[in-house]
Ligand binder design. Structure first.
Ligand code: SF4
Length: 362
């Protein structure tokens, strides 16, 4: 049975169990709901990099911070198709396209993204997008194009979110997830640990995710990769033990969700990753880059799979392939909406400092 009434106290009790007990319980839940030898492999493709107007304290793509990333305009449909074919031939079942936007805007660029979705769907791969906030109509248009999943991370607890981002509110995240839920697209939502949050915040994020009904089909657990020039550049990296506890706890409270090891995997040994798979992680991002941060080489991952006897999950094992409707036959036309996503605008000292520092470097 899937519970949607988890409390922070219950989740903290799970997180803090003696490790062996926690791992055993998580592995037991995992085996009841999933084939423990299958891992879903996604490739993350940054289709529009950098220049983002938001102030997410962990992100090198925010225009206001001074980082080394090279920005690029929206990729073309043919470029995306070539990359998707490459991902497919190296064993990925899903392509996740990320654009550094605050929110989706109706117009030519979004129409191009819809065409990318149709193109990848035709390659018989699962297609995911992470494009910022979306309205219900935009989610319906993505669904109609054949989108399988939409990613929109909660990042942290509602309380700690305010310490990291000031340009949009937590409720916008939840509303976007709600808009996606009204379509036939599955929800991918998770967060980041290692941003200076407390254990209560980690539990708070899991409460927010696990009490969604239905729960997200996919939950990425990222370990912060501190990037020079961002407000969180000085954060200590999280240990494998914290990652293990987070993965195992997520598995227990969200039994059917695909729990994904995401950013920070380059810092994990094979032994560490193996423990995470044992504790219920059953999805990874493949490819040498995760948007802008490093990721293990795909050949290394395939070697690790061989060593551990893991198999890549085939596409559409969990849900059937969505039908893709052409632009001409679309029933959902652009509405040209101008939704008022919030802009709390409170002061986050370290974000302000990083912005000022960036100005002096330009
Ligand atoms: S995380 Fe996304 S929304 Fe936030 S600054 Fe980076 S690209 Fe923009």
């Amino acid at each position: 049975m899937i519970r949607n009434d988890w409390t922070k106290e219950e989740i903290l009790d799970i997180y803090n169990k003696p490790l062996m007990e926690l791992l055993y319980e998580a592995a037991t839940v995992h085996r009841k709901h999933h084939d423990p030898n299958k891992v879903q492999v996604s490739t993350l493709l940054s289709i529009k990099t950098g220049g983002c107007p938001e102030d997410c304290g962990y992100c090198p793509q925010a225009a206001r911070y001074h980082t080394d990333i090279e920005g690029n305009d929206l990729m073309s449909v043919s470029q995306v198709k070539a990359q998707a074919l490459r991902a497919k031939s190296s064993g990925s079942s899903r392509v996740c396209m990320g654009a550094a936007w605050r929110n989706v805007k109706d117009g030519e660029e979004f129409d191009n993204v819809l065409e990318m979705v149709r193109t990848i769907n035709k390659l018989d791969m699962e297609v995911c997008c992470t494009l910022g906030m979306v309205t219900e109509n935009q989610a319906q248009r993505l669904a109609e194009a054949g989108l399988y999943a939409y990613n929109h991370n909660l990042d942290s607890s509602e309380e700690y979110y305010k310490e990291v981002i000031s340009t949009r509110g937590y409720q916008d995240r939840l509303d976007t997830i709600g808009n996606v839920r009204k379509s036939n697209v599955t929800v991918c939502s998770g967060g980041i640990i290692g941003m200076g949050e407390s254990l209560e915040d980690r539990a708070g994020m899991l409460v927010a995710l696990a009490t969604l009904s239905p729960q997200p089909e996919s939950t990425p657990i990222n370990a912060l990769v501190p990037v020079e020039g961002t407000p969180l550049e000085e954060q200590q990296k999280v240990s494998i033990w914290e990652m293990l506890r987070m993965v195992a706890t997520t598995r227990i409270v969200m039994p059917e969700t695909q729990v994904r090891l995401s950013a920070g995997r380059t810092d994990m040994s094979r032994e560490g990753q193996a423990m995470c798979f044992f504790a219920g992680a059953n999805s990874i991002f493949a490819g040498d880059k995760l948007l802008t941060t490093p990721n293990p080489d795909v050949n290394e991952d395939m070697e690790m799979f061989k060593l551990l006897g893991l198999e890549p999950q085939k596409p559409f094992e969990k849900k059937s392939q969505p039908q893709s409707v052409s632009a001409e036959e679309s029933q959902h036309k652009p509405l040209g909406e101008k939704p008022k996503w919030s802009r709390p605008g409170h002061t986050i000292e370290r974000n302000v400092e990083a912005k000022q520092k960036a100005k002096t470097k330009v």
